[in-house]
Design a protein around this ligand. Structure first.
Ligand code: MV4
Length: 594
């Protein structure tokens, strides 16, 4: 087994992996960007190393820097978590060449599943059912039209070959809409994956997203841990997941069939470690089709852990080290029902606009059947640089109905002051009849009026708890780029002259007020809350807009972030254009009173 492992990630998933490592008696190494110097994950490992500032490409995505920290720290293996380098085949290869174990599948499996057309071809050859359509690139619109008319029929889905997770996904309900869909999907593919190749699938109306967790070792053992239902999605982002699927959606026979499909898919690419086979369950025919494979541990792996009692992260680490899985298929027993709510710093009532900021008071729910995987603590900051997911709240109980009540109780217990999160949205959604019936809630998630009704009550002013004199102070010290947490014990510091003493690490007082954007309050200028690329501009100068109206979409960290009008009025200036990069604080629009 490894003695030391580096986690090339941040936030809750880095902390999740550190916990597994600690339980296994393995030393852990964190890395952090400048923006994450005070982040919880950087203080949660045995050692932590600075990767420098700038965008993720310069730190968390910088292969050479990560490998260099492996050498400096003596880490024998790297866990990539999800996102960043997790499905990056060149990184997996670079690790191998550097003599460092990549905790994940072989690069060849990442490559095979990375191309969606190649994956479909491989799965078909392995006898895995794929959504009916093409397994080869469709070169021209004329080809697409012929195939759609003669072979698939309308409605048809057009998808980018480099895509996944809904990027580069368009639907043509009728023949006259195909050209737009074809060109749109190709354009998105080119933009996000530098690959304009597209393929076609039959479009399934209102399917369920049902995926299956698999584990594989280097000895040829492949097992599945049952399914997860992730049908509650918004703009292709999952928001609530559950395991197993509602009992009236997946019965024991279907579970076994889906499980076998997952195992076959993993075997076809010589998979090693934890992986997920995503699929669509047709709501009218009950057919199950392979969609794509995620060659990493997923955000929602926890719901499977809660109903199987199997630590998926530990099994992945053991598999990478060459150990056999601790479980055979017959050892896997599902017990109860688990639900996960993603707690994002987003304003659901304003079209899920990202809402970064500093947390004031913070208290996590606890008690029977409750788990919180979080990257946040009191005084911590959600920076606009990264994914707005701050934690995951997971509950387990005997059945779906009781798990729902437990989740509502836990959401009630959760205190996150000073930050707008999805907590009120989750409370509202889990209280609906649609959720109780186990529908995909698609209309609800697009219902602007309903979303507005989930607006949180005005937050109370944060309590200033910095008045009490402290005898112990924590400092962050960096020596040659490696971080150390130092506690200084002594008499309370007298009020130091401004700038004379460093601020205590991680205890910065909540900053409030004077936010330039998103707050309304009369200011005309709307600025970008985050760094990314302008993806779509939906208004033009001179337009009259309502408060909350969608103005543009910024793509950042593979997420589409909707920017809405902070006030009603007329757009006087709009210094943005599609495709252009945009930084946090850059002007988006000037809206003057009509
Ligand atoms: C589909 C589909 C219907 N037909 N493909 C792809 C990525 C994933 N995030 C959603 N995707 C879909 N692919 C075909 N051929 C419908 C969706 C879809 C979806 C599926 C299940 C549950 C919720 C969904 C929300 C939007 C789109």
């Amino acid at each position: 087994m490894f003695e030391k492992v580096l986690v090339a990630n941040r936030g809750e998933i880095a902390i999740r992996v550190f916990r597994a490592l600690r339980e296994m008696g393995i030393a852990s190494v964190a890395v952090y960007s400048e923006a994450d110097r005070d982040a919880l994950h950087a203080r949660s490992a045995d050692e932590a190393y600075d990767l420098g500032g700038g965008p993720a490409a310069d730190n968390y995505l910088h292969i050479e820097k990560i490998l260099d920290v492996c050498r400096r720290s003596g880490a024998q293996a790297v866990h990539p978590g999800y996102g960043f380098l997790a499905e990056n085949a060149p990184f997996a290869r670079a690790c191998e060449e550097a003599g460092i174990v990549f905790i994940g599948p072989p690069a060849s499996a990442i490559d095979a599943m990375g191309s969606k057309t190649r994956a479909r071809e491989l799965m078909q050859a392995a006898g895995v059912p794929i959504v009916p359509g093409t397994t080869e690139a469709v070169e021209t619109f004329e080809d697409a039209l012929r195939i759609a008319k003669d072979e698939i029929g309308f409605p048809v889905a057009v998808k980018a070959a480099g895509g996944g997770g809904g990027k580069g996904f368009r639907v043509a309900l009728t023949e006259d809409k195909l050209q737009e869909a074809f060109e749109g999907a190709a354009r998105e593919g080119e933009k996000f994956f530098s690959d304009a190749t597209v393929y076609l699938e039959r479009y399934l109306p209102d399917p369920r997203h049902v995926e299956v967790q698999v584990l594989a070792d280097k000895h040829g053992n492949v097992i599945h841990l049952g399914e997860r239902d992730c049908s509650i999605q918004r703009r292709h982002q999952k928001v609530i997941e559950e395991a197993p699927a509602p009992p009236w959606v997946v019965d024991e026979a279907l579970r076994e069939r889906i499980g076998r499909i997952g195992v076959e898919a993993a075997k076809a690419v010589d998979y090693v470690g934890a992986g997920t086979i995503e699929g669509l369950l047709s709501s009218d025919t009950g057919e199950y089709f392979f969609l794509e494979m995620n060659t990493r541990v997923q955000v929602e792996h926890c719901v499977t852990e809660m109903v199987t009692g199997i630590d998926i992260v530990k099994q992945g680490i053991k598999a990478a080290a060459g150990e056999p899985l601790d479980y055979a298929q017959e050892d896997v027993v599902l017990r109860g029902h688990a639900i996960e709510c993603r707690i994002n710093a987003e304003a659901a009532h304003r079209n899920f606009a990202p809402a970064p900021g500093r947390v004031g008071a913070y208290k996590e729910p606890t008690g029977p059947g409750v788990r919180v995987d979080s990257g946040l603590e009191a005084g911590g900051e959600v920076t606009p640089m990264y994914d707005p997911m701050v934690s995951k709240l997971i509950v387990v109980d005997a059945d779906r109905e009781q798990a729902t009540r437990r989740m509502l109780r836990a959401l009630d217990e959760y205190t996150i002051e000073g930050l707008t999160t999805l907590i009120p949205f989750h409370k509202a959604l889990l209280s609906t009849e649609q959720w109780a019936k186990g529908s995909t809630c698609r209309e609800l998630l697009e219902d602007k009026e309903w979303l507005k009704s989930t607006a949180p009550p005005a937050p109370p002013a944060p309590v200033d708890d910095e008045d009490e004199p402290r005898e112990e102070r924590a400092y962050l010290v960096e020596v040659s780029g490696r971080r150390f947490d130092v506690k200084v014990v002594g008499p309370p510091l007298a009020a130091a002259p401004a700038g004379a003493a460093a601020a205590p690490a991680g205890r910065a007082a909540p900053k409030r007020g004077a936010r330039k954007s998103g707050g309304g309050g009369g200011a005309d200028e709307l600025t970008s809350p985050l760094q990314g690329n302008m993806w779509k501009v939906l208004v033009k100068e001179g337009d009259t807009v309502e408060e909350g109206q969608l103005l543009c979409i910024i793509e950042a960290m593979k997420m589409e972030n909707e920017i809405t009008a902070h006030k009603a009025g007329v757009i006087k200036a709009l210094p943005i254009s599609e495709g252009a990069p945009i930084k946090s604080g850059d002007p988006i629009a000037t809206i003057v009173d009509a």
